[in-house]
Design a protein around this ligand. Structure first.
Ligand code: PLP
Length: 385
């Protein structure tokens, strides 16, 4: 089938770019001597996870219990929930998975530690946990500037029955905030990569000495990762602890936000939304407005620090080049709003391909991804959860 025959809206994945992105990130990880444990929340695709493992990925990262279940059911046997999992209902489901796979998740509060400990101790099983550290994002995690809190948590985990402290974990989400005043995009990427590495190693060293001094330092996991910070990641060492694994997810597809941040080029973007012009009008000013059948239910309304509008419109269904005159200015549920200054370039019925701002959220709206090679659809991969 050709792209021109596909029902719209649809989400397309360019297989050549996908494979190139997977190989490139794997070689970045290998050259820095860290395991790559890709976050599958981006693609939710067993087919893509298999390609990542074939290239050398070591375990998978997920965000939710259903994602863990779907990937264990597909045969993956080392799943890390980079999430502070809370609740006996969720622990129950993870316990069931522990018969088939290595399962680990995050803790970052005394309450969370004691709830997990009560459950797994009662069940007579030890579950691996990592202490989540906040290296500047401001979301979950013990703040990096409070080593006493981190050490207290680590001691509590070390003493908690049912829990096995296997390391520390962070996600430098501040990389998505873009440059500070006076900084270039590249400076911002370098700064956040350095913050992620230095801050987690500092906390890891303090925790290790307080809570796990008898353990093998090499076996203490120090897990970091985001797509923007991977651009400048260099491994480092503190008190004989190093970064042991990285967990980027978005890099398989990239998206308009990553282009805006300077974390990739437009030509790296593997995922596009395909829509069709369903109406158009010309304003008195000469500006043409066109409306496509891909709205917020597929493009999604995320915006980014260094992006305008809701994505990047491409020349046409085949060529992945930016359309210099087309802005995606708005989204209704089923309509994408395009603004085309100057001469009309689209007719009603024409297909438009666009790179959405945030590929991970676009995937979560879909049941399947259409895999394309040039203008041909060569496979359909289900979205697993
Ligand atoms: C905890 C955690 N780890 C890893 C990632 C992957 O980062 P990215 O999407 O930048 O590749 C995320 C992304 O949200 C995350 O929240």
């Amino acid at each position: 089938m050709l792209i021109d025959d596909v029902h719209t809206p649809a989400v397309l994945v360019d297989r050549g770019r996908l494979d190139r992105n997977i190989k490139h990130m794997q070689s970045r990880a290998t050259e820095q001597n860290v395991a790559l444990r890709p976050h599958i929340k981006t693609h939710k695709s067993v087919d893509i996870a298999k390609r990542q493992v074939e290239q050398g990925a070591d375990g998978l990262t997920v965000a939710t219990v259903p994602e863990a279940e779907a990937f264990v059911a597909a045969g993956f046997d080392d799943i890390r929930l980079a999430y502070t999992v809370i609740g006996a209902d969720k622990y129950e489901r993870l316990l069931a998975l522990m018969d088939h796979a290595r399962i680990s998740f995050c803790v970052d509060t005394l309450a969370g530690i004691s709830q997990a400990s009560d459950f797994f101790a009662d069940a007579g099983r030890d579950v691996e946990v990592l202490i989540e550290v906040d290296v500047g994002h401001g979301r979950c995690g013990v703040p990096f500037g409070k080593p006493n809190e981190a050490v207290a948590l680590a001691r509590q985990v070390a003493d908690a029955p049912g829990l096995d402290l296997c390391g520390v974990l962070t996600h430098a989400g501040q990389g998505y905030h873009g440059p500070k005043t006076g900084e270039t995009r590249d400076d911002a990427l370098k700064r956040t990569a350095l913050e992620e590495r230095e801050r987690i190693l500092e906390v890891a060293a303090a925790m290790f000495d307080a809570a796990a001094p008898d353990r093998d330092r090499q076996a203490f996991e120090v897990s970091i990762g985001s797509t923007p910070t991977m651009t400048h990641f260099q491994n480092g060492e503190r008190d004989e602890l190093t970064i042991t694994e990285v967990r980027p997810g978005n890099y398989v597809f990239y998206d308009a936000i990553q282009v805006g941040l300077g974390a990739c080029e437009l030509d790296d973007c593997a995922l596009t939304v395909l829509g069709r012009i369903v109406s158009k009008r010309r304003e008195d000013s000469g500006t043409e407005r066109a409306y496509i059948d891909a709205g917020k239910k597929v493009v999604t309304t995320d915006t980014g620090a260094c992006t305008d509008g809701y994505g990047i419109a491409l020349y046409n269904a085949t060529y992945m080049r930016e359309h210099p005159h087309v802005d995606i200015t708005g989204l209704s549920e089923e309509h994408g709003w395009l603004k085309i200054p100057g001469a009309a370039t689209f007719e009603v019925g024409d297909r438009v391909r666009l790179v959405p701002n945030h590929a991970c959220v676009t995937v979560a709206t879909q049941d399947e991804l259409l895999v394309v090679d040039d203008d041909e659809v060569i496979e359909r991969w289900p979205v697993a959860t």
